[in-house]
Write a protein that binds this ligand. Structure first.
Ligand SMILES: [Zn+2]
Ligand SMILES: [Zn+2]
Ligand SMILES: [Zn+2]
Length: 297
């Protein structure tokens, strides 16, 4: 599948972006030592698979949380969703490109809708899980985004302002907030978020609720041709959107790996756990100032 960006319909985004810090859950720990990061590059891997440049892996065998294992729940479900989406894409491709002598016109039309729906559903779910997986590494409380679907992750009313003055709250974008410290806001607001919005609208209007495309019983070939064309349209936009998420994952992985190394150096130098109350600002070099020094400042 070629990686040609098919532009998504433009939308104005008004959600504000906020400053945030990483939390200790961004790392995997063995006791006091950091042994790795607590997320996987889900978007990067999915995109590589779709471009036939990589294979999808299973989750590493589970290790207890205190023993270096992944504790990010979105990483675990993300790996499953990746594999399911890959299977849905393969099934669609196989059906659209092979002969099915035992299928009549109605069978082919129903199969077209079923397979297309499945791919739309997994596109939106993969997007959601890739975003939540990264949010889990931040100090933004999980209660804030746990129940959100893609549309709300893109833009939703600020909960604190709403509670404070009961007035019309301003909008916040959690997706934009993730991209913000890595200076990826522009490409997110002018491209990636438009693609996510499109995925979300397709899912909501055709594959998740009461709405679905009408049956159009023609020939088996015509149904298969439409299936191929519509899914290629949707997936080429999706794979391009994944390139933006992949860049964000890459920045976070590099940033956290550097921070993790610096923390391990401090710890093996004898820094006590009680003094490890770091503020890990994304995109900024981590410079440790001991608590005493901070108090004088
Ligand atoms: Zn607010
Ligand atoms: Zn921003
Ligand atoms: Zn783009």
């Amino acid at each position: 599948m070629p990686d040609t960006p098919v532009p998504a319909p433009k939308r104005e985004w008004h959600g504000t972006h906020h400053a945030w810090s990483f939390r200790p859950h961004a790392f995997r720990w063995v006791g006091e030592q950091i042994v790795g990061l607590n997320f996987l590059p889900l978007a990067t891997e999915m995109r590589a698979w779709m471009l036939q440049q990589g294979r999808l892996a299973l989750m590493p065998p589970p290790a207890p949380g205190a023993n270096g294992g992944f504790t990010n729940p979105y990483t675990t479900s993300g790996v499953t969703l990746q594999l399911l989406m890959a299977q849905a894409i393969s099934a669609l491709h196989d059906y659209a490109t092979s002969e099915t002598p035992d299928h009549d016109e109605l069978d082919a039309e129903l199969e077209r809708l079923r397979l297309y729906n499945e791919v739309l559903l997994y596109s939106a779910r993969l997007c959601e899980v890739a975003i939540k997986q990264l949010l889990y590494c931040t100090q933004i409380p999980e209660s804030r985004y746990k129940r959100m679907a893609l549309g709300a992750l893109l833009e939703s009313p600020c909960p604190s302002c709403k509670r404070q003055n009961g007035q019309e709250p301003h909008l916040v974008s959690l997706v934009g907030t993730l991209a913000h410290p890595f200076h990826l806001c522009l490409q997110f607001e002018h491209c990636a978020m438009d693609h996510m919005d499109l995925v979300n609208r397709l899912r909501n209007s055709q594959a998740a609720h009461a709405g679905i495309q009408q049956l159009s019983i023609r020939s088996v070939e015509a149904s298969k041709a439409q299936l191929m064309q519509e899914s290629q349209e949707a997936l080429s936009g999706f794979v391009h959107m994944l390139s933006h998420l992949a860049e964000l994952e890459e920045r976070m992985l590099t940033d956290l790996a550097e921070k993790g190394e610096a923390i391990n150096v401090l710890k093996s130098g004898g820094l006590a756990a009680k003094d490890c109350n770091f503020n890990l600002v994304p995109g900024e070099e981590f410079v440790f100032r001991p608590a005493a020094q901070r108090a004088d400042a």
